[in-house]
Design a protein around this ligand. Structure first.
Ligand SMILES: Nc1ncnc2c1ncn2[C@@H]1O[C@H](COP(=O)(O)OP(=O)(O)OP(=O)(O)O)[C@@H](O)[C@H]1O
Length: 256
């Protein structure tokens, strides 16, 4: 069996004495969708922040695709192949859908983001290939007909797709999704869930996602990790995790 794409070894993180993560260890296999679940404040977003370098762990380390680090600059994490979306859309409201997606390549080229947006300056070849890539990923998420739309005029569900496209445009090996279905109705959640599944199967992207809707998680994820007060209380296939008494006590049996 090949080595896991992502490994966490005894990762701990605290904020002014509050333990956000306590000696957390688990693996994510290449090609899987791994869901992180747990009550509010359990440490899920903090964990994504450690993996892509927004936070530095106090203890422990992360191994991604053979590279071990205790801390990493988010820019370096992106270059290693770790893509990320955030809980709250961080889109450029006044730019078009296409320009927002292009921004996902800003750290990956020689031309600056401004040069790319205004289609001026050096590196016409790079610009052409980035533009083609942005259009390709927009078609993949079903937004090619909205390429020139100002992003803030789109409905919320479609803005979440733009966010996803922006994270995907650089072809990450690992995609971290922080509540990609937050604020959606059930139909929108089902659509987003289908799209995430297609990202996994068609683009062969390994995914770690945070989602509160346990029904959606159980249908989408291959692997579920449950956190409670920064500790791991469950780790395994969805059916096994659902039946784990510690998980039921911590999360699944409670109204969230
Ligand atoms: N930048 C920060 N400064 C201080 N405390 C923080 C910071 N980020 C997170 N925390 C604390 O760390 C703990 C874990 O928070 P985190 O946001 O990771 O949980 P979560 O499981 O993602 O919660 P939610 O489901 O509400 O998003 C909480 O006690 C939170 O208040």
């Amino acid at each position: 069996m090949s080595a896991p794409l992502l490994q966490l070894h005894d990762v701990s993180l605290s904020f002014r004495g509050i333990n956000a993560l306590s000696r957390l260890s688990f693996d994510v296999a290449e090609g899987e969708i791994c869901a992180l679940i747990g009550p509010n404040g359990a440490g899920k977003s903090s964990l994504l922040n450690v993996i892509n370098g927004v936070y530095r762990a106090n203890e422990g380390d992360v191994v991604f695709d053979g590279t071990r680090f205790e801390a990493i600059h988010p820019y370096k994490a992106a270059h290693l192949g770790i893509g990320r979306t955030f809980q709250h859309n961080a889109l450029f409201d006044r730019l078009t859908v296409f320009e927002n997606v292009l921004a996902g390549l800003a750290q990956h080229g020689r031309a600056t983001f401004v040069e790319n947006i205004f289609r001026v300056g050096r590196d016409a070849t790079e610009r052409r290939s980035f533009n083609a890539r942005a259009l390709e990923i927009l078609a993949f998420v079903g937004l090619d007909s909205h390429a020139d739309t100002i992003v803030s005029t789109l409905p919320y569900g479609l803005q979440k797709r733009v966010d996803l496209a922006r994270a995907l445009v650089a072809k990450p090996k690992l995609l971290l999704l922080d509540e990609p279905m937050a604020g959606m109705n059930q139909e929108e959640k089902q659509e987003m869930s289908r799209l995430i599944s297609e990202v996994n199967t068609k683009l062969r992207t390994t995914i770690v996602l945070i989602e509160h809707d346990v029904g959606i998680v159980m249908g989408l994820a291959h692997h579920v990790v449950v956190l409670d007060y920064g500790r791991k209380v469950g780790d395994g296939p969805p059916d096994e995790v659902r039946a784990n008494p510690d998980v039921i006590a911590a999360y699944l049996g409670t109204v969230h």
